[in-house]
Design a protein around this ligand. Structure first.
Ligand code: NAD
Length: 337
């Protein structure tokens, strides 16, 4: 690609295994001649008072301007008194929906052959509002915030997604029998939006029952939309159905057309720096980013190469029962490109 038609995208390599798997993406993009120019931003060493976290204002501005980006996992030290980096990103960039596709990979055998699910997670509120305090010694309180505007926005996105991708059914996942006001409002918003999409089947499933049904027969579901915490848990459950966290991508959708892709998994401190991480989840996230940019040719080539490499089984990382390093697996993908 010539300099002039390069598209700028922000890249956060992130923490732990992040830099290793980000390197794989950069290598694969170079080999596939993808017309992307990465603008790399690193999680800082000092708290930026403008964001109250280690993420600087300049990093956020980069995503706001480029409107597309790819993010590696960011570790949040527990109880260190600054805002979670992921929460800062979601709040500041208004990343209101997190889309997590999960499908059986051809040639990689698990208990199920027919998983094809899309989890759409509300990404800005619920139990993740960060409003926790001690009432008196021995009693703490955490506020779960559900708003009409955020619930309508994510429901709209879920139905719009279902329609645009030829999906048949949207299931709203909830616990409104107990959380009557909060999940009750979430459901009410989903119902309102469902009425505008008569061609799509709408159903409501209680979260505990949903877990049982997913494990028993994942083909019962199609698109699932849910409040924040449920989405966090259910999408890891779905990842387990197809072979684990090394495989599942996601995209955060924000206001003003922002798309920030990221793997579902975290920084995997147990294997960080050892060249053992599976870069598939981040590579498939990068593929989603390319689709968002309508670069479908490049997206197809990279996705095919990744799936072929896994299906052949000659090079697989440890999480998939193989012995390959991140580098060997990445080189095999590049050979297929
Ligand atoms: P994790 O997802 O990092 O790891 C869970 C398990 O899955 C580990 O055994 C790990 O080795 C394995 N794993 C994850 N990704 C893998 C990959 N690509 N290849 C091979 N194996 C992989 O979850 P955790 O250990 O609970 O969290 C570690 C840190 O990550 C924490 O600081 C947490 O806050 C952070 N985190 C960040 C994000 C994010 O940035 N979106 C998401 C989840 C957790």
């Amino acid at each position: 690609a010539s300099e002039s038609n390069l598209i700028r995208a922000t890249l956060f390599p992130g923490d732990g295994i992040g830099p290793e798997i980000a390197e794989s993406v950069k290598q694969v993009f170079r080999v596939a001649d993808v017309p992307i120019e990465w603008e790399e931003h690193f999680v800082g060493t000092e708290i930026d008072p403008r964001t109250q976290s280690f993420l600087t204002w300049e990093s956020l501005e980069s995503v706001r301007q480029n409107k597309v980006g790819l993010k590696g996992p960011m570790a949040t030290p527990i109880g260190k008194g600054h805002r979670s980096l992921n929460l800062t990103l979601r709040k500041e960039l208004n990343l209101y929906a997190n889309v997590r596709p999960c499908y059986s990979l051809p040639g990689y055998k698990t208990k199920y052959d027919d998983v094809d699910l899309i989890t759409i997670r509300e990404n800005t509120e619920g139990e993740y509002s960060g409003l926790e305090h001690q009432v008196v010694r021995g009693v703490v309180e955490s506020l779960k915030i559900i708003t009409r505007s955020a619930s309508l926005r994510v429901a709209e996105y879920a139905f719009h997604y279902a329609k645009a991708h030829g999906r048949q059914r949207v299931s709203a996942i909830h616990k409104a029998n107990i959380m009557q006001k909060t999940d009750g409002l979430f459901l009410k918003c989903c119902r309102e939006v469902a009425e505008k999409y008569p061609e799509i089947v709408y159903e409501e499933v209680v979260i505990d029952n949903c877990c049982m049904m997913l494990v028993k027969n994942p083909a019962l579901f199609d698109v699932l939309v849910m409040p924040n915490l449920y989405g966090d848990i259910i999408s890891d459950l779905c990842a387990g159905l197809i072979g684990g966290l090394g495989l599942t991508p996601s995209v955060n959708i924000g206001e003003g057309g922002i798309a920030l892709a990221e793997a579902v998994h975290g920084s995997a401190p147990d294997i960080a720096g050892k060249n053992l991480a599976n870069p598939t989840a981040l590579l498939l996230s990068a593929v989603s980013m390319l689709r968002h940019l309508d670069l479908h040719d490049k997206a197809d080539r990279i996705q095919d190469a990744v799936l072929k490499t896994i299906a052949e089984g000659k090079y697989r990382t440890g999480d998939l029962g193989g012995k390959s390093t991140t580098t060997e697996f990445t080189n095999a993908i590049c050979d297929h490109i």
